[in-house]
Design a protein around this ligand. Structure first.
Ligand SMILES: Cc1ncc(C[n+]2csc(CCOP(=O)(O)OP(=O)(O)O)c2C)c(N)n1
Ligand SMILES: [Mg+2]
Length: 556
């Protein structure tokens, strides 16, 4: 008799081939054969309390490890619960596979338990969405879905596997099982050589260049090339999204607070791996006279929303390395001439920093949010992965918190999804046990997915959680009060005064309440020492708002 294999075991083999060593899941009768396959392949199964968390964790795992993440959820409500996580990965260009259960093919369209048109629902928010039609093809289609994740800029794929397809056993020799390393090619492209030469030329002539290092610098693991580029060509660098931390704070080429000034005054602006979306004012806030260069993994992103002078499609690291190389061949690459420009920007930077410093050191009670994010910034080590999940409080942190190492900053990305924090902390700590993980939550954001604190306890995933608690959805409240007046500004945005430190203790973690700013640092130290998942609930002033919130820049 020939050896047989079931669909769930074929899924596990295909995951193993891709190097995936954990799945995030919430159980259901449609998907249990995948768990059984994972046991055989040595793939860890992390079961969470809400499928949104499973999908966000798969997204987070991809960002941290550079490998695709995988979430497995049951049919119907399991899959719909995961939609937000897939959507977030889609906008954030994060490669992950969501596998959803489905009713048996033999009951197709008969009204089986939890039946929904998952593929139709997932198609607009994935790079690839399909049904697995037969057991023999399970591993084949899983590998196909992974291949599709890396087409252009990365993103999510979705597969639904009907219950009878998953559970059936087929002769092993009839199943196509792609070999690790043999079913997809490298996506690393260096860019059109002519365009690289033109970029070197633009750099040689630029007096006031600047560069924005976006998320794809980290996606492509182009950190070293980016550092070499800015140093050898003496170009001031700004960082956003996962690109934060490419250069360490204090580096002479690390700039943050003078970005708007630089974008207005520069004669050459190089945008790497970030689209002209709302975070970039759709490209409208760049000097109309500057030469604008855009480098991106995705052909469709280059030149979208704004004309550019030069577009290069390719891998951020390879393109920057090639451009630095091409420029170094020239006698005069402009580097020396740019000393004054860097000094000019540094002066703007220092002025902005000093203006804000009294707020960062404020002893006010209730606590000024600037003081909280200042304390967090001081507390971060080179090995702390920082995660922001919230509204106004996270907008404050975006101005002040500077990760000390590349790949140590996580935010939802352009979907702006509240509720990513716990999942990102879970994935980060699970994938990198050697790292410290710190997550700042808004109280509103925390309450969306906070029950998964219990999963952190159950899987012994210590992290430092901080709730910036203003008993409100403050970022939204600001806009309401401004538009409808203070007396109507409190509709639909008020939360209870919840002691989240007690919530942490209830679930088996470490918790504290902080009302005195002088107590923030000692409380953070104790959370660090506890070795447990923790929540430090910091009561912040609900009556102050971040400048970004007050300008409502996200809608402009
Ligand atoms: C899933 C989701 N729902 C709603 C929103 C809209 N939203 C943006 S900021 C915000 C308020 C968040 O409150 P909190 O996390 O407490 O942060 P705060 O602004 O109070 O500092 C809301 C509801 C969103 N971005 N994501
Ligand atoms: Mg709040």
């Amino acid at each position: 008799m020939s050896e047989t294999i079931s669909g769930g075991h074929l899924v596990a083999k295909a995951l193993k081939a891709e190097g995936v060593d954990v799945i995030y899941t919430l159980c259901g009768g449609h998907i249990i054969d995948i768990y059984d396959g994972c046991v055989d392949e040595g793939i860890e199964v992390i079961d969470v309390r809400h499928e949104q968390v499973a999908a966000h964790a798969a997204d987070g795992y991809a960002r941290i490890t550079g490998k695709p993440g995988c979430a497995v959820v049951t049919a119907g409500p399991g899959t719909t619960d995961a939609v937000t996580g897939v959507a977030n990965a889609f906008r954030a260009e994060s490669p992950m596979l969501l596998i959803g259960g489905q009713g048996a093919l033999s009951q197709h369209k008969m009204g089986s338990l939890q039946d929904l048109p998952h593929v139709d629902m997932m198609t607009p928010i994935t790079k690839f969405a399909a049904t697995v039609p037969s057991t023999e093809r399970v591993a084949d289609i899983v590998s196909m879905a992974f291949r599709e994740c890396y087409h252009g800029a990365p993103g999510p794929s979705f597969l639904e596997i009907p219950r009878d397809v998953l559970d059936a056993k087929v002769p092993l020799e009839k199943a196509r099982i792609p070999e690790p390393g043999h079913y997809r090619a490298s996506t690393r492209q260096q860019g059109d050589p002519e365009a690289i030469e033109r970029l070197a030329d633009l750099l040689a002539h630029a007096e006031k260049p600047c560069i924005l290092l976006g998320s794809q610098v980290w996606t492509c693991r182009g950190t070293d090339a980016a550092i070499d580029f800015v140093r050898s060509l003496n170009v001031p660098a700004y960082m956003n999204g996962s690109g934060r931390g490419t250069l360490p704070p204090g580096d002479p080429h690390h700039f943050q607070l003078s970005r708007r000034y630089a974008f207005t005054e520069a004669d050459l602006i190089i945008i790497v791996g970030t689209p002209f979306d709302f975070r970039m004012g759709y490209g409208k806030r760049l000097s109309p006279t500057a030469k604008v260069v855009q480098i991106d993994l995705d052909y469709r992103t280059v030149g979208k929303n704004r004309d550019i002078d030069l577009g290069i499609v390719g891998d951020a690291g390879l393109v920057l390395a090639a451009a630095a190389q091409a420029a170094s061949g020239r006698i005069e690459n402009g580097a020396a001439r740019r000393k004054e420009w860097l000094e000019e920007l540094r002066a703007v930077e220092t002025q902005a920093y000093e203006k804000r410093l009294p707020r960062q050191l404020s002893d006010a009670q209730p606590i000024d949010p600037y003081r909280l994010v200042h304390e967090i910034n001081e507390f971060l080590t080179e090995d702390t992965i920082y995660i922001g999940d919230g509204g106004d409080i996270v907008t404050f942190s975006g101005q002040v918190v500077q990760p000390k190492s590349p790949g140590h900053w996580m935010d939802p990305g352009p979907l702006g999804t509240l509720g990513v924090g716990m999942a990102f902390a879970m994935a980060a700590k699970q994938a990198r046990r050697d790292k410290e993980v710190l997550c700042l939550f808004g109280d509103g954001a925390f309450s969306l997915t906070g029950w998964d604190f219990e999963t952190m306890v159950r899987f012994d995933l210590p992290f430092i959680g901080i709730v910036g608690n203003n008993s409100s959805m403050n970022q939204i409240r600001y806009g309401q009060a401004a538009k409808y007046g203070e007396d109507r500004g409190r509709v639909g945005n008020t939360l209870g005064d919840i002691r989240y430190g007690d919530f942490a203790k209830l679930l088996g973690g470490y918790g504290e309440e902080v009302r005195d700013p002088a107590e923030i640092r000692p409380a953070l130290e104790r959370a660090r020492q506890s070795g447990k998942p923790s929540l430090i609930n910091v009561w912040v002033d609900p009556e102050v708002y971040a400048p970004g919130t007050m300008n409502q820049t996200m809608y402009k």
